[in-house]
Design a protein around this ligand. Structure first.
Ligand SMILES: *[C@@H]1O[C@H](CO)[C@@H](O)[C@H](O)[C@H]1NC(C)=O
Ligand SMILES: *[C@@H]1O[C@H](CO)[C@@H](O)[C@H](O)[C@H]1NC(C)=O
Ligand SMILES: *[C@@H]1O[C@H](CO)[C@@H](O)[C@H](O)[C@H]1NC(C)=O
Ligand SMILES: *[C@@H]1O[C@H](CO)[C@@H](O)[C@H](O)[C@H]1NC(C)=O
Length: 345
């Protein structure tokens, strides 16, 4: 056969794409044993590495037979989808981690200049966190968060921002070391800078995450986080979220976020937004009342919220869910009243 140089490369990439396409149609047997997982995951990772190398060469201007790198990226996406499919069986997810899939597949491909590829990598990360949270948290290098924040801040693609936020929501809670890195690296600024570019569901996830983390810090401040051998309270203190909580950027940023999710289909989401606003208001009032008192925007929004929960037309809506309407009225009404009190001095 006359296969030299380029042609070997060509056949090589072509074969990979072929094997990928054929393995796609294979059914994944949910009872496959561990040695199947080992072989299959090893093969998928190797396929991706070969394709990534080919793409990198093409990007460096090296002549390869498939000059259209999009075809290569699409090949990688197909293998990733096969891997994701296989994670229905947890053995595969664990095998992926054991084979250093994070370093070999996730980290390099998050750098590729291809939105769809980055999207599928982020979905892969998200599913890993969901399928095998403890092992994933142990395996993910902390520096990956820098890349997630970079995507969240600088990528115009809303789906990419949404996936980054979803991963942060799975990774940040109860992880003060990671929280410290995020705060040191960027602080909370990128979050309020992005707020107006996001849609209701992403802002909701962000606010839920913020609320969860704030609760953690309040518990740590109140000495309710386990001390002793595993003393994390110092770490929480060092992050300084509680200190930042009373500052105008944080409190005003929160009011903007509440404004955005208020306009999101609140009636269709079984009052989970109302529950969130109730909790969040309870948690932030001790910090933000001073900053927000007398502020038109805050009064306007809490006026709307209070009217909504006291509107008899909405009774049916509250009955259908497990929201405590009395508590909600008390909290929102109380905060509204406090906001309206003018500083006498
Ligand atoms: C797993 O599969 C391998 C090869 O397919 C086979 O040799 C082995 O006996 C199987 N192990 C179990 C526990 O089924
Ligand atoms: C917000 O954007 C994400 C990503 O594009 C999308 O998945 C989600 O459905 C959107 N939500 C709304 C309420 O538009
Ligand atoms: C609301 O609850 C219903 C029934 O429990 C469920 O089918 C629906 O998916 C829920 N909607 C949302 C947005 O969670
Ligand atoms: C609802 O909240 C009110 C006021 O906080 C409280 O007194 C009451 O026990 C709560 N009801 C339920 C069912 O939790």
């Amino acid at each position: 056969m006359h296969v030299v140089g380029l042609n070997i490369n060509f056949i090589f990439v072509f074969l990979i794409v072929l094997t990928i396409s054929s393995s796609l149609s294979e059914e994944i047997d949910p009872f496959t044993n561990e040695s199947d997982a080992v072989t299959e995951i090893a093969k998928h990772i190797e396929d991706i590495e070969k394709l990534s190398k080919a793409a990198a060469k093409a990007n460096d201007g090296v002549q390869i037979p498939i000059q259209d790198t999009n075809i290569i990226y699409e090949g990688i996406i197909q293998v990733i989808q096969t891997i994701i499919e296989s994670f229905k069986d947890k053995i595969y997810a664990n095998e992926f981690l054991k084979s250093r899939g994070i370093e070999r597949v996730i980290v390099p491909n998050l750098m590729m200049p291809h939105s769809e590829l980055k999207t599928s990598i982020l979905v892969l990360v998200k599913i890993l966190f969901e399928v095998t949270p403890t092992a994933t948290k142990a395996a993910v290098p902390i520096a990956l968060v820098d890349r997630l924040l970079d995507i969240f801040e600088n990528d115009e693609n809303l789906a990419l921002k949404a996936h980054s936020v979803d991963i942060l929501a799975l990774w940040l809670p109860k992880n003060p070391l990671l929280q410290a890195r995020v705060m040191k690296l960027k602080g909370l600024e990128p979050f309020y800078n992005q707020i107006t570019k996001l849609n209701g569901s992403i802002v909701k996830t962000l606010l839920e995450l913020f609320n969860v983390i704030l609760k953690e810090h309040i518990r740590a401040r109140d000495g309710k986080i386990q001390k002793g051998k595993n003393d994390k309270s110092r770490l929480y203190q060092r992050i300084g979220l509680i200190e930042r909580m009373s500052t105008p950027p944080v409190c005003i940023g929160l009011v903007h976020a509440i404004d955005i999710i208020w306009n999101y289909n609140i009636k269709d989401d079984n009052n989970s937004i109302l529950n969130l606003l109730l909790e969040l208001t309870n948690n932030l009032r001790q910090f933000c009342l001073k900053v927000l008192r007398g502020k038109t925007k805050a009064i306007e929004i809490y006026d709307l919220l209070f009217k909504f929960v006291t509107d008899p037309g909405n009774e049916d809506l509250f009955l259908k869910s497990d929201i405590n309407v009395t508590a909600t009225r008390v909290v929102l009404g109380g905060f509204l009243k406090d906001l309206k009190i003018r500083d006498e001095l």
